[in-house]
Design a protein around this ligand. Structure first.
Ligand code: ADP
Ligand code: MG
Length: 730
C-alpha cells in the first residue's frame, strides 16, 4: 500500500526537522522598521514638497490628488522602489474572496533602438484594469456589463514585497459599485468620522476629525508541511474532516503561554521581521490554548491601515511558513475537540486632538463625552445585533460560534460591574427636570469612573462584544476573516446611532434644555432601550440561550440564515443612508457570501466522500481481509470448538468493521445524492440552505463511523496522519 507510507514518511520528515533561525537585518528593530514602506520618511525624501502635501491632504481629508501631482508621486515612488531593487509594480486589492490580489507589471518598457527605460507615471499609479472577470462580483458586473478597475488608495502607503512595489487600491466596477472590502470600509470610516466629529462638538470645538482604531489579534495553527500534504482534507478544505479525538487534547492547558518551540520561534521571528520591515507593528506572540495553536498581535493602528496590515500579515505568514516547512491554518476550526481560532477586533475612536473617546478620563466633562460614545455604541449593537452577526458569518466560523469555546452566536455586550452600576444608576436617577443638586451629584458619579479599568478579574471571556477598559473587543470575528467586513458594519451602525443621538439632543436643546441635561436625558433613554443587549453572565451556559430568547435577542446559528439580514429593507436603508453600500452592492455581497458558503461545504463534502471511498474503506477492507485470513488459519490448525473460541474476537471485529464500512458507503452515497439535489436549486439562498441542512450533517456522520474504524484498524495500515500526530508533532 502506498498511502500508509506517505503517512509514515511524513512523520519521519517531521522528526528530522530542525529550527531554521536566520539573523534579523539589524540589531535594533527601529533600524529596519518600515524600511519596505513608502511612508513618511521616504515620501519626504523622494517627493516634491507639493506632491508630499497633496498626499498628506489625501490621507487626512480624503481629498483628490490632481493628475500632475499624481505623476510626481508616481515618479518619487518609482525612484524609491528602485533604490530597493524593485523591478515590478502591482495594484494590490482585496476582492471578496477574502484574500489579497495582485497583478504584476514590469517598470521596464522597451523603446526604439533596442533600448529600454523604466516607466511609471500617474496614470499607472492611479488606475489599472486587472483582468478581473473571475473575481466574485455577485452579478454586478454582468448587470452593468462593465469591467472592474482598481484605483489608488493614498491613505494606505505603498510597500515592497520582494522586488515588487505594491500599491493599495480599491476595486470597483465601471459604474462605481464596490467589488471589494476596502471601498465600503473607507466609506464607513468617513461616515463615523462625520457623525462622531459632530457629536464631539458638544464637548470640544477643537475636534475636527475622528479616526477609528483597530488592534487585531490573529490566532492560527501550524502544521508541518509533510503532514499537511498527507491530509488531503486539510489541504483542500483547511480542516480535518476525519480523525479520532486523541487521548490528550488541551485539557491540561499546558500549551497556553508555555514556551514556544524552537522551530516555531524561528518561523515567528522570520515573519515578524518581514512584517516589521513593512511597518506592521507586531508586538506580542504567544502560544494559544490548543496544541500547535499560536497568536500574533500588533499595536493598534488607524483602521484602514490595520486592515491592510492584517491581510498582508496573513499572506506573509503563509509564505514564511513554507520556508520553515510549515503550513499555516487560518481556518476557524481545523480540529474538532480542541479550540478553534478567532481574530479579536479591538475597536475604538480617537480624535485629532489625541483623545481616545472610549477611555474614561479624569474630569466629569470628559467622562460625559466618554459615556456618550460608550452608550451610543451599546445602543447601536442593540439596534443592529443581527447585522453585526451577519458580518462574521462564514462556514468556518459556524463551527466556533456557540461551541463553548468562542462567543455564542447570540450578540451581547459585556461592560463589567463598575460601568453596569453606573448605567443602572443613571437609568434610575435621571427623570424629568433635574435640580441643580441632582445634576452636581450626577456629575460627581460620572466623574468617579476610574480612568484605568483594565482589571483582569472583570474580564468576561465568554462575551462576543466586551468593553475592556479603553476599547471594545469584538471577539466573534473568525480567524480567516477580512476585518474590513465586521469593521465596516460596526462603524456604520455606530455612525447611524450617533447621528440619531445628535438629532435627539439638538431637539431637546431647541426646546430649552441645557446641553448637559439634554445629553444625559437622551443617554438615559438609550440606556433603557438597549438594556436587553447587556449581559454580564456566562455566555457559554445553556441558561443564557434561554434567557436571551426571553429578551428577544436572536441566536442565528448558521451562515445562510444569518445572512438573511442583508436582504432586509431596513438593512438596505441603513447602509444606503450612511453612504456605505447601495442596495445593489448589498445584494451582490449577500449573493457572494451565500455562494462562497455553498462552495465551502461542497468542497468539504467532496473531499470527505473521496477520502472515505478511496482511503478509509479500502484500508478497512485490507485489515478485515487479514482478520479473515487469520480466522481461516486458526480453523486450519485448530479443531472444532477450539477454533471457534480462538477466532471469536476476530469475528466480532470483522462484523463491527463490516457494519462501519457499510454505514460509510451508504452515507457517502446519500450525501452525493443530497448534493445532486442541492446543485440544481436555482436560488442562491435555497441552495446554501440545502447544503447547510441536507449535505453538511453527513460530514459528521461519516466521520463518526470512520473514527470508529480508525480505532479498530492496525495503526500500520491507517493512511491519514492521526489527530495526535497533527496536534503534537512539530
Ligand atoms: P490585553 O488585552 O492583552 O490586556 P491590551 O489591552 O493592551 O492587551 O490590548 C489588546 C489589543 O487591543 C492590542 O492589539 C492593542 O493594540 C489593542 N488596543 C489597545 N488600545 C486600543 C485602542 N485604543 N484602539 C484599538 N485597539 C486597541
Ligand atoms: Mg483579546
Amino acid at each position: 500500500m502506498s498511502t500508509p507510507r506517505l503517512r509514515h514518511k511524513a512523520l519521519e520528515d517531521v522528526l528530522n526537522r530542525s529550527p531554521k533561525f536566520s539573523d534579523p537585518p539589524a540589531q535594533r528593530i527601529s533600524d529596519y522598521y518600515g524600511a519596505h514602506v513608502f511612508g513618511e520618511d521616504a515620501m519626504r525624501m523622494f517627493l516634491t514638497e507639493e506632491a508630499y502635501y497633496a498626499v498628506r491632504q489625501a490621507i487626512t481629508h480624503g481629498s483628490r490628488i490632481e493628475r500632475r501631482l499624481a505623476d510626481q508621486v508616481a515618479s518619487g515612488m518609482k525612484e524609491w522602489a528602485a533604490t530597493k531593487g524593485a523591478t515590478h509594480y502591482t495594484h494590490w486589492f482585496q476582492p471578496l474572496t477574502g484574500l489579497s490580489a495582485e497583478k504584476h507589471d514590469a517598470f521596464f518598457e522597451p523603446i526604439a533602438g533596442g533600448r529600454s527605460i523604466e516607466r511609471f507615471d500617474g496614470s499607472m499609479l492611479v488606475q489599472q484594469e486587472p483582468d478581473a472577470s473571475s473575481f466574485p462580483n455577485g452579478g454586478i458586473r454582468n448587470t452593468f456589463e462593465a469591467r472592474g478597475y482598481t484605483a489608488w488608495d493614498p491613505s494606505s502607503p505603498a510597500f515592497l514585497i520582494g522586488r515588487t512595489l505594491c500599491i493599495p487600491t480599491i476595486f470597483i466596477s465601471y459604474t462605481g459599485e464596490a467589488l471589494d472590502y476596502k471601498m465600503p470600509l473607507l466609506r464607513a470610516i468617513r461616515a463615523i468620522d462625520d457623525a462622531a466629529t459632530a457629536v464631539c462638538q458638544y464637548f470640544d470645538k477643537e475636534v475636527t476629525k475622528v479616526v477609528t482604531t483597530l488592534g487585531w489579534e490573529q490566532e492560527y495553527f501550524l502544521i508541518d508541511k509533510a503532514l499537511f500534504y498527507a491530509r488531503p482534507d486539510i489541504m483542500m478544505s483547511g480542516r480535518a474532516l476525519f480523525g479520532h479525538i486523541p487521548a490528550k487534547g488541551q485539557q491540561l492547558e499546558d500549551h497556553y503561554f508555555g514556551s514556544i518551540p524552537d522551530r516555531v520561534r524561528a518561523f515567528m521571528r522570520d515573519f515578524e521581521t518581514e512584517a516589521l520591515m513593512l511597518g506592521i507593528p507586531v508586538k506580542t506572540r504567544h502560544n494559544e490554548v490548543a496544541p500547535n495553536q499560536f497568536e500574533c498581535a500588533p499595536v493598534f493602528e488607524e483602521l484602514n491601515l490595520a486592515v491592510d496590515h492584517n491581510v498582508l500579515l496573513m499572506d506573509i505568514m503563509e509564505k514564511t511558513a513554507q520556508k520553515h516547512d510549515f503550513r499555516v491554518l487560518l481556518h476557524e476550526k481545523p480540529y474538532a475537540g480542541v479550540n478553534g481560532s478567532g481574530k479579536h477586533n479591538n475597536w475604538s475612536l480617537a480624535t485629532n486632538t489625541g483623545r481616545n473617546l472610549l477611555k474614561p478620563a479624569k474630569t466629569p466633562k470628559e467622562n460625559l463625552q466618554f459615556l456618550t460614545f460608550f452608550v451610543n455604541t451599546i445602543a447601536a449593537i442593540h439596534a443592529h445585533a443581527d447585522v453585526l452577526r451577519a458580518s462574521i458569518a462564514s462556514a468556518g466560523n459556524d463551527h466556533r460560534l456557540g461551541a463553548n469555546e468562542a462567543p455564542p452566536a447570540i450578540i451581547s455586550v459585556f461592560i463589567g460591574e463598575h460601568l453596569s452600576n453606573l448605567l443602572d444608576g443613571l437609568e434610575k436617577n435621571i427623570k424629568g427636570a433635574m435640580s441643580p443638586d441632582r445634576k452636581t451629584e450626577l456629575k460627581l458619579d460620572i466623574g468617579r469612573i476610574p480612568p484605568v479599568m483594565l482589571d483582569n478579574t472583570d474580564r468576561n471571556r465568554t462575551s462576543p462584544f466586551a468593553f475592556t477598559g479603553n476599547k471594545f473587543e469584538f471577539r466573534a470575528v473568525g480567524s480567516s476573516a477580512n476585518c474590513a467586513g465586521p469593521m465596516t458594519v460596526l462603524n456604520t451602525i455606530v455612525a447611524e446611532q450617533l447621528i440619531r443621538f445628535k438629532k435627539e439632543v439638538d431637539a431637546l436643546i431647541e426646546k430649552g434644555a441645557k446641553k448637559d441635561e439634554a445629553i444625559l436625558r437622551v443617554l438615559r433613554d438609550l440606556i433603557v432601550r438597549s438594556k436587553a443587549i447587556r449581559f454580564e453572565g456566562n455566555g457559554y451556559g445553556d441558561e443564557w440561550v434561554k434567557e436571551a430568547e426571553g429578551r428577544g435577542l436572536s441566536n442565528l446559528k448558521d451562515t445562510p440564515r444569518a445572512l438573511d439580514v442583508w436582504g432586509r429593507k431596513e438593512t438596505k436603508k441603513l447602509f444606503s443612508d450612511m453612504g456605505v453600500l447601495s442596495p445593489v452592492e448589498l445584494e451582490a455581497r449577500h449573493e457572494i457570501e451565500l455562494h462562497s458558503y455553498m462552495l465551502k461545504i461542497q468542497i468539504e463534502s467532496r473531499v470527505a466522500g473521496d477520502l472515505a471511498q478511496n482511503h478509509i474503506i479500502p484500508t478497512a477492507i485490507a485489515y478485515q481481509n487479514r482478520l479473515i485470513e487469520n480466522v481461516r488459519g486458526l480453523r486450519d490448525v485448530l479443531s472444532g470448538e477450539k477454533a471457534k473460541v480462538a477466532s471469536a474476537t476476530q469475528i466480532k471485529l470483522i462484523e463491527e468493521m463490516s457494519e462501519r464500512i457499510t454505514n460509510i458507503k451508504v452515507l457517502v452515497d446519500e450525501m452525493i445524492e443530497a448534493r445532486r439535489q442541492a446543485n440544481v436549486i436555482e436560488d442562491a439562498r435555497d441552495r446554501a440552505i440545502a447544503y447547510c441542512d441536507k449535505v453538511r450533517p453527513y460530514l459528521e456522520r461519516i466521520r463518526y463511523n470512520s473514527d470508529k474504524l480508525e480505532l479498530l484498524v492496525d495503526d500500520e495500515l491507517w493512511p491519514l496522519p492521526k489527530m495526535r500526530e497533527l496536534l503534537f508533532t512539530r
